[in-house]
Design a protein around this ligand. Structure first.
Ligand code: ZN
Length: 340
């Protein structure tokens, strides 16, 4: 019995050993496969301790999320950060312009990543040079002034341009007045446009007239050399040159090219007898204008009576001419005759 029981014991031991060996033999196979797929290893671990599964899942998930978030946050922060403007500099700080010319300095803002790069422009004397909100400087009349650009972020940050305006070459100024008539032409390049020193006073005069019950309106103002050429050629084709020359200027000889002359209301020959025409004749000098082609001065001005055509000279000069009772050619002692 002892032998039998000893034999059985041996068998049992051997069986246990064999099972143990087979388990050991199987174990190394798994890690070899798992080297490429470590997830299987976790599964094995999970299988031994199923209670730990949710814990591991919970732990690994939040670990991945915070890794993504900190990457996004530092990218957003600099954009939202306010960067103050420290300096303004301009591509030029002094400029000499001929009347009617335009120039625009380029603004550099420091630092380049400033949050508010807004700028505001102003001229110290708009009768000399004007500046629009983009920095376009337009030379209006002979003289000097300063154009300043200021940061809208900080008014202590600014830069200036010293502007000198000189008469345009090929233009005739007499007593400070730009002369345009049959003797004195303008070059075809002279194109000041609608915004001139006369445009403000014109609307001021129209408003003042309206307040007195006088209804004035502007029929025409600035006209380019080429517009005048088109109009004049049309009149010549219709009436012949001799006739056209009495009421229409040849290209380069129109006061409308200066941007300083306007036609009012209906351009009717009886405008001078209307309440509106009388008001203009008696009051326009107060706003800097004269009736440029008066009655009975046709031989001197070279044009028929045009009670509707006014020309800006500035209040001082216009008042002098008005009080003299002379037409502009007489007042300045000049002629108005075509060369040919
Ligand atoms: Zn006119």
């Amino acid at each position: 019995m002892r032998l039998i029981s000893a034999f059985i014991s041996c068998l049992l031991i051997c069986t246990f050993l064999l099972i143990g060996c087979s388990v050991k033999e199987n174990e190394p196979e798994n890690p070899v496969e798992n080297e490429e797929a470590p997830i299987v290893e976790e599964k094995g671990a999970e299988a031994e301790a199923p209670e730990e599964m949710p814990e591991e899942t919970v732990v690994t998930a939040p670990e991945e999320k915070p890794e993504e978030k900190p990457e996004e946050i530092p990218e957003e922060k600099p954009v939202a950060e306010y960067v103050a403007v420290e300096g303004f500099s301009l591509s030029f700080n002094s400029v000499t312009l001929s009347v009617g010319d335009k120039r625009m300095p380029i603004v550099s803002v420091t630092p380049s990543n400033a949050t508010n790069k807004g700028e505001s422009w102003i001229s110290s004397d708009e009768s000399v040079a004007r500046v629009d909100r983009l920095g376009n400087i337009t030379a209006i009349a002979e003289g000097t002034c300063t154009v300043t650009v200021t940061s809208t972020d900080n008014k202590d940050v600014y830069s200036t341009v010293n502007v000198t305006v000189v008469p345009q070459p090929d233009l005739t100024y007499i007593d400070g007045i730009l002369i345009v008539n049959k003797t004195y032409p303008l070059p075809n390049t002279y194109a000041p446009g609608w915004e001139t020193e006369a445009s403000g006073p014109l609307w001021e005069m129209i408003s003042a007239a309206k307040a007195e019950g006088i209804n004035l309106w502007m029929t025409s103002g600035y006209r380019s050399y080429y517009d005048q050429e088109y109009i004049y050629n049309g009149y010549v084709a219709r009436d012949g040159q001799a006739e056209a020359d009495t009421y229409s200027a040849r290209p380069g000889h129109s006061e409308h090219q200066t941007g300083l002359a306007y036609d009012l209301n209906d351009l009717a020959s009886n405008f001078g007898e209307t309440a509106e025409g009388k008001w203009v004749a008696e009051n326009c000098h107060k706003y800097g204008f004269i009736v440029r082609y008066p009655k009975e001065k046709e031989a001197i001005t070279g044009y028929i009576y045009e009670p509707w055509h006014i020309r800006y000279l500035g209040v001082e000069k216009a008042t002098e001419v008005y009080e003299s009772g002379l037409c502009l050619e007489e007042f300045l002692g000049i002629t108005s005759v075509y060369a040919e």
